[in-house]
Design a protein around this ligand. Sequence first.
Ligand SMILES: Nc1nc2c(ncn2[C@@H]2O[C@H](COP(=O)(O)OP(=O)(O)O)[C@@H](O)[C@H]2O)c(=O)[nH]1
Ligand SMILES: [Mg+2]
Length: 272
Amino acid sequence: MDGIKILIAGLPNAGKTTYIAALNGAIQTGGDFSLSYAGKTSELQYVNKVTRQWLEGKVVDHSTDDEPKYINWPLKNRNDDVINITIPDMKGEMYQDIINNDFNEGLAEFCKGASGIFFFINDIVKPVLKDHVQNIVSTDGGAVNQQEESAVSLSIEKVNDVVKAILVLKYLRNLIGDVRLAVAVSSWDMIESTYPSIEEYMKSECSALYNYVRYHFKDYKFYGVSAQGLKYDEHTGSLDKITVDGKRAYIFTTEKEYDLSIPLDYLTNNQQ
Ligand SMILES: Nc1nc2c(ncn2[C@@H]2O[C@H](COP(=O)(O)OP(=O)(O)O)[C@@H](O)[C@H]2O)c(=O)[nH]1
Ligand SMILES: [Mg+2]
C-alpha cells in the first residue's frame, strides 16, 4: 500500500474509537482542517456509525468482542501525502496475550511497515499496584494480614493500566522498531491539570511511562487529546454549534488547539 502508514494503538478504553469518530466528524463538518479523504476506509459502516454517534453527542460503540477488526483508513494532508491510518481494534484478552509475551501473528502482519505509532492512554493516575502493596508488609516488616498473604501475586489482569500500556508499547517497539511515536492522554477535558505543558504533566503524573518513552524512542511527543471535547452528561449549551464551528475536539500541548490532526502531522512530516 502506498503512502505513510501510521498505527493507532492502545489498550481497550484508551479513546481510540472516539478519536477516529471525531477526526472523521471534523473532516465532514469542514472548516480549516488539514486532512481530507484519500479513499474508502476498510470498515466504512463501522466508521460511519461511530462518526454519527460523535456528531450526535453519544458515546461511541464499544469494539466487538468477537473477531478483531483491522481498520485501514487512507487520508491526505495538505502536501497531498497519503496517510494510511491503521487501527487494530481487538478485544481485551488479545492485549493480555501480548502483555504475556504471546506473539500475535495477525497484529504483527498488520503492523508491518508502519512508520509511526499514535499510542493512546487513558486513566493514568491510579496508584500502581495499590491492591497488592497494602497487603505485603507492615511498617515493622511483618505481614499485615496473614490470611491475605497467599493472595499477593502479580496477576496481569489486575495490573494498573500504565504498566499494561508500557508492556504493549514495548511489544510494538520490538515489532516495529524505533519509529516516531506520539502518545495521547485521552479524555483531556476530564483532567484538571494546572501544568503548563503536557510534557510537564507526564513527567510528574506518569513518570514511569514518560521515562519508558524517553529512553526507548528517539523521536516522540506527548499530547493531551479531547476527542469528545467534553463530558456529555455535564454539558450545557449547544453541542451542535461548537461541533459545526470546529470548536469542540482539541489537542493540548501547551495550549488548546482545535485541530485533531496535529499528532498525525507530527508523525508524517519529515522534519526532525
Ligand atoms: N470526557 C471524555 N471522554 C472520552 C473522550 N474520549 C473517549 N472518552 C470516553 O472513554 C471511553 C473509551 O473510549 P473509546 O473511544 O471507546 O476507547 P477505545 O476502546 O480505545 O476505542 C468512552 O466511554 C468514551 O466516552 C474525551 O475526549 N472526553
Ligand atoms: Mg474502540
